[in-house]
Design a protein around this ligand. Structure first.
Ligand SMILES: [Fe+2]
Length: 357
């Protein structure tokens, strides 16, 4: 099995943010962003936040992570959370957090309202931090019918593990008619191929951490990540892989017919899809359709990787499905907010730069 091949060229998905006199994206910018979202499933808006705004976002993240009573997310790798390889947690609906979320929504109003009605709920406001030694997530789709946002509040290098995407794998009516009706089948094969490589990558990495003489694994961590019976969809857990207990990737998905198709379609897979890793600069905001194939890679640097994230529903959503797939803070559950609430919040735009002529 070959190594995971990842391109770091994201130029085809980038739109430089230009704001109008109200501090919103200009119409031209909105149209460019929508075209990216529709074609590729994501758009990378560079320089959407000023340095001061990004610093304010980072401050909110630090305050949350420093709180011993923070509300950790359940959807990500809980084992990584347990061993301090990741710290994914939701932000409380305090006035500064809500203001920050509202200012992002207001700046992106032209794009967000194309997909999400004003009454649609804010599903979560979170921070995604990963540390050295985390696992590379399996390639997955988040629950469908959601627009998600990742804001880089500081520069994120490839080594720190900017999110990887497989552009063009989002789902929409009639998409499967491409490639002679085979495109969804090919997508799933490509995902399997990537996940085989991610399993090996994670195992190799854990093994080298075990061999290292630097106490790089905590007591019990190796067993917990490779042979535990505990639920975790993003660890190289061989026990759950062999028993078919991991819905993201398990032996159950590698039957003889699938293996044959992986061999038969190897050339098409090589040319039809590609993994692209983002390495966003401070102030960049990534918007993506939740059903786009993606993953949070491992952090291979000693520097923590931090993102601010939020998600907004495109339709009504059952509370159980919502709480299974997203991590609203208890304060958000107690006082739900809609996209309209955030857009109608006091005008937070600061049209101090990049204003269109
Ligand atoms: Fe995800």
């Amino acid at each position: 099995m070959n190594k995971l091949e990842v391109s770091s060229d994201t130029s085809a998905f980038e739109v430089p943010a230009v704001l109008d006199h109200n501090g919103r994206l200009t119409d031209h910018c909105v149209q460019q962003a929508l075209a990216m979202m529709d074609t590729h499933g994501l758009v990378i808006l560079t320089n959407l936040l000023s340095d001061d705004e990004a610093d304010a976002g980072l401050q909110l993240i630090r305050q949350t992570i420093d709180d011993p009573d923070r509300n950790q997310c359940t959807f990500a790798s809980e084992t990584d959370n347990r061993y301090k390889r990741r710290d994914f947690c939701s932000l409380p609906s305090t006035p500064p957090v809500t203001d920050f979320a509202a200012s992002l929504c207001q700046r992106l109003e032209g794009v967000l309202t194309e997909y999400c009605g004003r009454t649609r709920p804010l599903l979560e406001v979170i921070t995604l931090t990963s540390y050295l030694g985390s696992s590379h997530q399996y390639i997955h789709r988040d629950p469908s019918g959601v627009i998600s946002l990742l804001a880089a509040v500081e520069n994120v290098s490839e080594q720190q593990g900017g999110t990887v995407f497989i552009p063009g794998t989002h789902l929409y009516a009639g998409a499967e008619s491409k490639q002679g009706g085979q495109v969804h089948a090919l997508m799933e094969l490509f995902r399997l191929q990537c996940n085989c490589r991610i399993l090996l990558h994670n195992l190799q990495k854990l093994w080298s951490m075990r061999q290292a003489d630097r106490g790089s694994l905590a007591p019990g961590e190796f067993l917990d990540r490779v042979f535990s019976t505990k639920w975790d969809q993003h660890q190289p857990n061989l026990l759950r892989f062999l028993l078919g207990k991991n819905s993201q990737f398990s032996l159950r998905s590698l039957g003889p017919r699938t293996l044959w198709k992986l061999y038969r379609d190897r050339e098409a897979l090589k040319h039809r899809f590609r993994l692209v890793q983002t390495a966003p600069r401070k102030g960049t905001v990534i918007l993506y359709r939740s059903d786009l194939l993606h993953a949070g890679p491992d952090n291979r640097s000693p520097h923590p990787r931090r993102f601010f994230g939020m998600s907004i529903a495109r339709d009504i959503i059952e509370p159980k499905y919502w709480h299974d797939g997203y991590s609203p803070h208890p304060t958000l559950m107690a006082h739900p907010m809609s996209l309209g609430d955030l857009l109608d919040s006091r005008d937070l735009s600061r049209p101090d730069r990049r204003t269109a002529a």
